[in-house]
Ligand binder design. Structure first.
Ligand code: COA
Length: 256
């Protein structure tokens, strides 16, 4: 796998993916989108990887949005294509990743950056993080799923206000509205993310993938039915046998 815009490493089952264009605030150009798609293909297939931290290089930005310099000459077809390719190849791929993905938001998460953080399974922010959907300033709207995921995370009224005003929320405001789960110092952001993932990595990978699949169905017509099906599929698996046996034998489960 050749990645030009990302740093990718794996340690103790945790893949750390760093978007590495700090001089451009880690803005998402076509190369970053292509690399993120490849990186998550690797996450899906590499058995050594149990979970993922996604973050930005430097101390200022997670991702300050889609790369605005690529927009000026696009027409309707080009704009539609950017949103479709991004959503299908990256944002939906991350959201539906069967392994837990945490966004470690280390600064500006604006536009596509906020959308990227929101397609991760949950978010941890450093104190300097800033979140917003400022696309209306550019005569645009969110195109990487922001109108949908922001509404799911913070509710319709707050999503409307954030997308209409282009206002930026600081880390504590994001915490208060449920956009992030924790706020830490910038220095401890990755350690805090690793600490949570180290706990998660002791759980059944099969069950974790089913939690993700079911929670991602929230609000859809077959959400409850999906849960019944996924719950049923746990039975008879080696991981379910190990988990239940460990409880009955008063020992810690070992899911390998
Ligand atoms: N696309 C392309 N380039 C971007 C970018 C983006 N979304 N965000 C930042 N950059 C570039 C800047 O153009 C600048 O490049 P330059 O040094 O070649 O001029 C570099 O990153 C540093 O950004 P700068 O604006 O100088 O930093 P700042 O600290 O003054 O401001 C921000 C930081 C994030 C507030 C500001 O860059 C910004 O508003 N970015 C755009 C946010 C946005 O609208 N995102 C939604 C896009 S749909």
């Amino acid at each position: 796998m050749e990645l030009n815009t990302l740093l990718f490493s794996v340690e103790n089952g945790i893949a750390t993916i760093i978007i590495n264009r700090p001089d451009k605030m880690n803005a998402l150009n076509k190369d970053v989108i292509a690399d993120l798609s490849s990186a998550f293909d690797e996450v899906y297939s590499n058995k050594e990887i149990k979970s993922v931290i996604l973050t930005g290089a430097g101390q200022k930005a997670f991702v300050a949005g889609a790369d605005i310099t690529e927009f000026i000459d696009l027409d309707k077809t080009g704009g539609t294509q950017i949103a479709r390719v991004g959503q299908e190849n990256v944002f939906n791929k991350i959201e539906n990743c069967p392994k837990p993905v945490v966004a470690a938001v280390n600064g500006f998460a604006l536009g596509g950056g906020c959308e990227l953080a929101m397609c991760c399974h949950f978010r941890i922010a450093s104190e300097n993080a800033k979140f917003g959907q400022p696309e209306v300033n550019l005569g645009l709207i969110p195109g990487y799923g922001g109108t949908q995921r922001l509404t799911q995370l913070v509710g319709k009224g707050r999503a409307m206000e954030l997308c209409m005003t282009a206002q930026v929320a600081n880390a504590n405001e994001a915490l208060a509205m449920g956009l992030v789960n924790h706020v830490t110092t910038l220095d401890s952001l990755i350690d805090k993310s690793k600490e949570i993932l180290t706990t998660i990595n002791t759980k059944s990978p099969m069950a974790l993938s089913k939690v993700i699949a079911c929670i991602n169905k929230t609000g859809s017509a077959d959400g409850f039915e999906t849960e019944i099906k996924e719950f049923g599929e746990c039975f008879g698996t080696l991981e379910m046998k190990e988990g239940v046996s460990a409880f009955l034998e008063k020992r810690k489960a070992n899911f390998g």
